[in-house]
Design a protein around this ligand. Structure first.
Ligand code: A2P
Length: 396
């Protein structure tokens, strides 16, 4: 059986036949006849030079295929073929990424959802794998700000990267890869490490083509130490964007139930900022359960508290406050049982869980108890929600 390949296509229904892509392609992989403009799979080297120059976006189409479409077939199309459903692991990993290692990492992070993850029905179409290990994009560090108090052991950083005019289209919930400089013990380049983007799609600063990351320094972490030590003006090699399911619904009435610990707050911050920028205080309710050791180690404690309750209802819970009992997100879900039960019964609700893998078991137990209060088995409700693109887990 052929290994699936990712094929670059052009949408004939949107293309305006300006041929700019054809003139831009450095390897002559794009050609046209009187009907269509198409990409020759045997010549395309995925350099992406054609992507930013297209005025319509028709150039940004991809299919994972076992047998690539020939030039002749493409020239005869009046519309694009749908993405074929492919069975099992093989298709999952190929759809996620060109770079198998990254695909495995993401599949592992998403396994807590318990089945094949699916994007929300109304999510915008994500761009994935624009840049890879062989061809990363260079971003410049615009800032590196410590989010946790200077005297705490937890060092979490807010890093801002500027793409300086190079395209890096990213949606809330997606991740990017950072390649630490140098080589490993075998002399090979380090594989990219994945970080969730914590800014919304229009940038940390609207329309400035920059992104933010929320990165925790890990004692032995090669890449986390590299990132946490970055200085303003440093250049960083970036891959991605990655991830095509842990995305937010574009439906303004969708309600978001977000459960996170520590740096798992990154996508939740991006969801919240997107909603606030796009909808102000209108739109479906967002509720956040956020666990950290203490307020001074909870990333974005101040700014999150400033988001009005009518936009974001916040439950910040702390596990290491002297004199207070340890509290985890799952404990607070149970305290808020009635409100959570009401959300679980609403087909407009989308659930996002992000952070420590250990949290999953506790959240599952809490949801089981809460679902019982309205006579439903959590496992079947969760499977239904996942199938509808309304249940998402990203843990590590
Ligand atoms: P703990 O005080 O027990 O470590 P971290 O700071 O390590 O990133 O963790 C973020 C928060 O997640 C901390 O409050 C931590 O509590 C909490 N946590 C640790 N394990 C679990 C778990 N199994 N379920 C929920 N929260 C957890």
């Amino acid at each position: 059986m052929n290994k699936p390949v990712k094929q670059h296509l052009i949408d004939p229904e949107i293309c305006i036949r300006c041929y700019t892509c054809e003139m831009t392609c450095p390897v002559g992989a794009i050609l046209h006849d009187e009907n269509n403009v198409v990409v020759d799979v045997d010549k395309c080297e995925f350099c992406m030079d054609c992507i930013p120059v297209c005025p319509t976006g028709s150039i940004d189409e991809w299919r994972v295929v076992k047998t690539p479409y020939s030039v002749e077939e493409q020239l005869s199309w009046s519309e694009l073929p749908p993405q074929d459903e492919m069975d099992g692991e093989e298709a999952d990993t190929s759809v996620e990424a060109l770079d198998d290692e990254i695909a495995k990492l993401l599949a592992d992070a998403h396994q807590g959802a318990g089945g094949k993850p699916k994007a929300p029905a109304s999510a915008a179409k994500p761009t994935v794998n624009m840049y890879n290990l062989a061809r990363p994009v260079t971003a410049r560090v615009q800032g590196n700000y410590r989010l946790t108090s200077a005297d705490s052991d937890t060092d979490i950083r807010h890093i801002i990267l500027d793409f300086q005019g190079q395209p890096f289209p990213v949606l809330e919930g997606q991740s990017l890869g950072i390649i630490a400089p140098g080589t490993d013990a075998e002399g090979k380049a380090h594989l990219p490490r994945l970080y969730s983007v914590s800014s919304p799609r229009d940038g940390e600063r609207p329309n400035f083509n920059n992104v933010s990351l929320t990165v925790k320094r890990e004692a032995q972490g090669l890449c986390s130490n590299y990132v946490c030590d970055l200085k303003m003006g440093d250049e960083v090699r970036v891959t991605g964007p990655f991830g095509s399911t842990f995305l937010m619904p574009d439906d303004p009435d969708a309600r978001l139930l977000m459960i996170c610990t520590g740096t798992g707050s990154a996508p939740m911050r991006s969801f919240t900022m997107r909603r606030q920028r796009a909808r102000g205080s209108k739109g479906g309710e967002m509720v956040l359960f956020f666990g950290a050791r203490s307020p001074d180690t909870l990333p974005y404690f101040g700014p999150l508290n400033k988001v009005p309750d009518r936009v974001l209802r916040k439950h910040m819970v702390f596990s290491r406050i002297q004199g207070a009992p340890k509290e985890y997100v799952q404990d607070r879900l149970l305290t808020e049982e009635e409100a959570v039960a009401e959300m679980l019964q609403d087909p407009a609700t989308h659930i996002y869980v992000c952070g420590l893998r250990g949290m999953e078991e506790g959240v599952e137990k809490a949801m089981t108890t809460i679902a019982e209060t309205f006579g439903v088995q959590w496992a079947s409700l969760r499977d239904q929600m996942r199938g509808e693109g309304r249940y998402h887990v990203e843990t590590y």
